[in-house]
Design a protein around this ligand. Structure first.
Ligand code: F0G
Length: 359
């Protein structure tokens, strides 16, 4: 069969969902064709978790232009910054926001400053920020301290903050919920998502509510947020001064959108729970090795959370669960290589290769 080629014009989230976004014909749209990410049906996971008649989908945000969901919010934040006449943008970041801000800034000639916590950022993200041409400043402290500095800088200097305290970030990120409803024909019964600074859970919940209000969907999901056990301020109900976890993207002790996360939880009848680094690592390996989906450790927290709840028989029969896989596994090569997989070097002969294969 000869397939006919159809010209496809790829568009980003602002153009696609403009009627739901605070933009006008005056807004210069800075886009990298972000969004439109696949909703991938899990093949092995439900059986592994003992879930019968339940479908699990991965909303794989690692396939965005800079490899994370941040691009959805950044196209909005940067477009609006330009519209408002900004010349420079700044953010604190555990890595992905920095990479995304740097990319969108480079595309429109804005100066970009990113503040990152010392030693706790995945290498791929750091490289992106450098290569897209941002000014990278390492802080002797954690993300929460970096964000405090950013807030002060934004108040004192003519530089636009593009962390999710910038309301346009949340606006852009809510488009992921729209896409899920468009793909499934309605909202899923459950939505599982990792929680760090809590902007994304806030954005999804807003997106689901707005779509329902516009009669584009009929139901709302139960929102399930998951923090890493060593960085779980919302679960513990207090700030964590020294957050720790292998999932460096969500190593955050005082989330800016704390209130938004509580609203999503309470209005949807959901929960915010924590998962251990061990549980995150299990999920990280499982989805790569059994589902063919390589996401970063923080993303795996959503899957780890679903596993934890499945054990408690939390999910009802016939349900659809969407897990947002927030970023690409390629971002964190050091973690990916931290297992006991050995890279073996052999002579270029079949015998030598087969010896290793049969191990
Ligand atoms: N997953 C990944 C891969 C992230 O990079 C982040 C946040 C989250 C989940 C949590 O999302 O903060 O909206 O609750 N990363 C931010 C950053 C903090 O600086 O890149 P959230």
């Amino acid at each position: 069969m000869v397939l006919k080629r159809v010209p496809v014009r790829k568009i980003g989230v602002i153009e696609r969902y403009q009627e739901f976004l605070p933009v006008s014909e005056k807004t210069p749209i800075i886009s990298l064709n972000e969004g439109n990410t696949p909703l991938i049906l899990a093949e092995a996971l439900p059986a592994e978790l003992g879930l019968k008649n339940v479908r699990i989908y991965f909303k794989f945000e690692g396939l965005n232009p800079t490899g994370s969901f941040k691009d959805r919010g950044m196209t909005m934040a940067v477009s609006k910054a330009l519209e408002e006449g900004a010349k420079a943008i700044i953010c604190a970041s555990t890595g992905n926001t920095a990479a995304s801000a740097a990319a969108f800034a480079s595309r429109c000639g804005l100066k970009c400053v990113v503040l990152i916590p010392e030693g706790k950022i995945a290498k791929g993200k750091l490289l992106q920020a450098y290569r897209y041409g941002a000014k990278v400043v390492t802080i002797k402290g954690n993300f929460d301290q970096a964000l405090t500095v950013v807030k002060e800088a934004g108040a004192k200097y003519p530089i636009k903050i593009v962390n999710s305290i910038n309301p346009f970030r949340i606006e852009g990120q809510k488009t992921a919920a729209f896409e899920i409803c468009d793909d499934l024909g309605d909202a899923p019964e459950y939505h599982a998502i990792p929680v760090g600074n809590a902007g994304n859970i806030t954005a999804y919940w807003r997106g689901y509510k707005e779509y329902k209000k516009a009669n584009k969907s009929e139901t709302l999901p139960v929102m399930l947020g998951f923090q890493a056990a060593g960085s779980a301020p919302i679960v513990l109900n207090h700030v964590v001064e020294k957050p720790e976890t292998i999932a460096t993207a969500i190593r955050i002790g005082n989330p800016a959108s704390w209130k938004g996360a509580l609203e999503a939880r309470d209005e949807s009848g959901g929960l915010i729970d924590s998962v251990t680094d061990e549980e995150i690592t299990w999920a990280y390996k499982f989805i790569a090795e059994r589902e063919g989906v390589f996401a970063e450790p923080a993303s795996a927290a959503a899957v780890a959370g679903v596993k934890k709840l499945a054990k408690k028989n939390y999910f009802k029969e016939g349900a659809r669960i969407v897990c947002t896989l927030t970023g690409s596994g390629l971002k964190d090569p050091d973690f990916a290589l931290s297992f006991d997989d050995k890279i073996v070097l052999v002579e270029p002969t079949v015998d030598a290769v087969m010896k290793v294969v049969n191990g």
